[in-house]
Design a protein around this ligand. Structure first.
Ligand SMILES: Nc1ncnc2c1ncn2[C@@H]1O[C@H](COP(=O)(O)OP(=O)(O)OP(=O)(O)O)[C@@H](O)[C@H]1O
Ligand SMILES: [Mg+2]
Length: 253
């Protein structure tokens, strides 16, 4: 049986807006296993990003629990949370929040440097990841000197540099052309298969949603449907973004 990664129980989120309570999440129950690939879909305003923020411990729920490995993260101190996020989670947002003053390489290195890891080691890992996303030739460019899709790929490399167990992605390919999107989607599947990283991806892309083995549909702050799908079969000789191929995939099981 697969190992549970996170359990979400009776999760609620209300915001206070101009003196009135706005109920955004109305009791979400969701379990995610180690190594799963799931997408969250649903109409605009359904609460998808809010759920992602809570799962990412970037915000606190009004009620309910989020349990990683038996530990309720909603009860953790902010110091422990910062460490937990840095070590276990990778974030990819639609607007990627790269640091404009730093190069692509430095942006990807940042989580490792913050964690106090050795510079040489972090440099090597960051460089390897940028190669994997096809940006070996853009290491010293600052975000302003990169295209939107390239920035997105830098953000993805940054999300992966700490070898997270869970990547939380909010419309990660929302503003990319279809070819680049496809290449990044393929990369997600490669990383899932080769490194066992769990992916939770919020998307409006029908194509991506249809590829995912599990599809959770949200509506009005609730899980309306939770479906297992046939999903995506990675082509045997998949070539990800750019010229650099990933490690050869290892078969399941
Ligand atoms: N800080 C806030 N204060 C008040 N209301 C908020 C706040 N954040 C979000 N909301 C409301 O919560 C609802 C859900 O927002 P959320 O961003 O989770 O939607 P979403 O499903 O991600 O939508 P989209 O597909 O458009 O990104 C929206 O109606 C939004 O207006
Ligand atoms: Mg959203």
């Amino acid at each position: 049986m697969a190992k549970s990664l996170v359990m979400v129980e009776k999760l609620q989120k209300k915001f206070l807006h101009e003196g009135r309570e706005v109920a955004v999440l109305n009791g979400i129950d969701l379990g995610i296993d180690e190594g799963e690939m799931l997408c969250v879909v649903g109409q605009s305003g359904a609460g998808k990003s809010t759920l992602l923020h809570l799962l990412g411990t970037l915000d606190l729920p009004t009620a309910g629990r989020i349990v990683y490995d038996g530990v309720d993260v909603t009860k953790m101190s902010s110091a422990r949370l910062a460490e937990f996020r840095n070590e276990k989670l990778g974030f990819v947002f639609q607007f990627h929040h790269l640091l404009p003053e730093f190069t692509a390489l430095e942006n990807v290195m940042m989580p490792g440097l913050i964690r106090g890891q050795r510079r040489a080691e972090v440099t090597q890992r960051a460089q390897a990841l940028l190669e994997e996303v096809g940006l070996a030739h853009r290491l010293s460019h600052r975000p302003g000197e990169l295209s939107g899709g390239e920035q997105q790929r830098v953000a993805l490399a940054r999300a992966l540099v700490m070898n997270p167990r869970l990547v939380l992605a909010d419309e990660p390919t929302g503003n990319l052309d279809s070819k680049t999107s496809e290449a990044i989607h393929t990369l997600f599947f490669e990383l899932n298969r080769t490194k066992g990283i769990t992916f939770l991806i919020v998307t409006h892309s029908r194509e991506l949603a249809d590829m995912m083995p599990r599809k959770v549909t949200m509506r009005d702050g609730k899980v309306e449907k939770d479906e297992q799908q046939h999903g995506f079969t990675l082509p045997a000789a998949a070539v990800p973004v750019g010229d650099d191929t990933l490690d050869p995939p290892t078969p399941h099981g």
